[in-house]
Design a protein around this ligand. Sequence first.
Ligand SMILES: O=C(O)[C@H]1O[C@H](OP(=O)(O)OP(=O)(O)OC[C@H]2O[C@@H](n3ccc(=O)[nH]c3=O)[C@H](O)[C@@H]2O)[C@H](O)[C@@H](O)[C@H]1O
Length: 453
Amino acid sequence: MASPPDTSKTIKLERYNSYIRRVNSTKLLNASSKLLFRATLLIALILVFLFTFNYPPLSDNSQHAHPHTRTNFLTSAFYGGGAAWEKLVRHSATPRRPNGMSVLVTGAAGFVGTHCSLALKKRGDGVLGLDNFNSYYDPSLKRARQALLSKHQIFIVEGDLNDGPLLTKLFDVVPFTHILHLAAQAGVRYAMQNPQSYVASNIAGFVNLLEVAKSANPQPAIVWASSSSVYGLNTENPFSELHRTDQPASLYAATKKAGEEIAHTYNHIYGLSLTGLRFFTVYGPWGRPDMAYFFFTKDILQGKSIDIYRTQDDKEVARDFTYIDDIVKGCLGALDTAEKSTGSGGKKRGPAQLRVYNLGNTSPVPVGKLVSILEGLLNTKAKKHVIKMPRNGDVPYTHANVTLAYRDFGYKPSTDLSTGLRKFVKWYVSYYGIHSRAKKENHTTNEQPEDSA
Ligand SMILES: O=C(O)[C@H]1O[C@H](OP(=O)(O)OP(=O)(O)OC[C@H]2O[C@@H](n3ccc(=O)[nH]c3=O)[C@H](O)[C@@H]2O)[C@H](O)[C@@H](O)[C@H]1O
């Protein structure tokens, strides 16, 4: 007969296992309570942060804005209020010279906005930027421009033109003397892909800004970016401010033209001083990647083919390409000669200034010539694909008459296309760290160049 099994070992083993289970469950309990504690701490910290930088979240207006241009809740919370935030805003907007301006620059992280902000700050004016950092083109370029401005003590509030409460808050904190309104949905051809974004920024956003400006005390004087595209199918040359602008060829042009009419209304009813500047194909360092000179450079360097448009009747397409430094001088000249708005408490108290100026280069250049200048600077042959201009809103020709801007604030463009493109290419190869066959003089170190404004 077999002897009974020795259970003493089994019992010991079970005791041991139960001990291990107890130890493990205690560990688990400890671990989960630690986790719970950390999560609670994190939530508490976030709440403290949100209350410290308190600002009401998105307004109804901005909820309706195009997703492209919508203010992000977190960035509103980060940037939109609280004592620390107000201090940054005030510091940035305070002039450092006697009788200096305090300018709200919308679209400050944009191409023209960045250059103008730097130029204003350099001469001692106060500058506060506003930008929604949308993704129409590479936002990292906008962030790099923001970093450049930040080095010069210029703060950009991240927010949308359609965010009425945010704009009102900015005017509560700073009595801006001027607005340089450059924020817009740019680009002629993109209007066929995303028409609503033009309405949201160039019309709804502009009206929202004017609504806040007309109620502000004091009312600021406003200088804003219109466009050469308002001349549309005009055939008289060179384009003068007296020529007709009622035949826009693109929705972009139509929204800029609408802006000019809206400006008239706000000037007429509320006494806002308004100056529209019709920019002619602005180019230069820190430029816009959606523009032909910029993506031609990229494509030529990458060995990709580029489309060169010709008109339907097989003529060359030409543009009055205008260098950024000339445009900056024009913008500052317009600001310096802008008279005060006359309204107060939302009511007009007398007639106010209403102006429109061409800011061009007065010397149109065919697109083919632009490409051959780039080929020379990049020391690379372009793969050219010459095609009839698609029906995409482009006009065949632009040419500015700038007599009016010269008469009123001495505007005199002084940079020809070759000189301006050389500066652009120099910036481009440096910014993107390209070691191309670009001519020796275009090579620089990898350091971020200062802007040329
Ligand atoms: O003055 C303005 O108010 C506008 O200027 C700018 O528009 P445009 O003058 O159209 O510049 P841009 O696109 O660089 O095309 C340049 C040339 O290249 C031709 N072009 C273009 C693309 C292409 O693939 N091939 C080509 O030949 C094209 O036909 C054109 O002849 C701004 O983008 C716009 O926001 C607005 O500010």
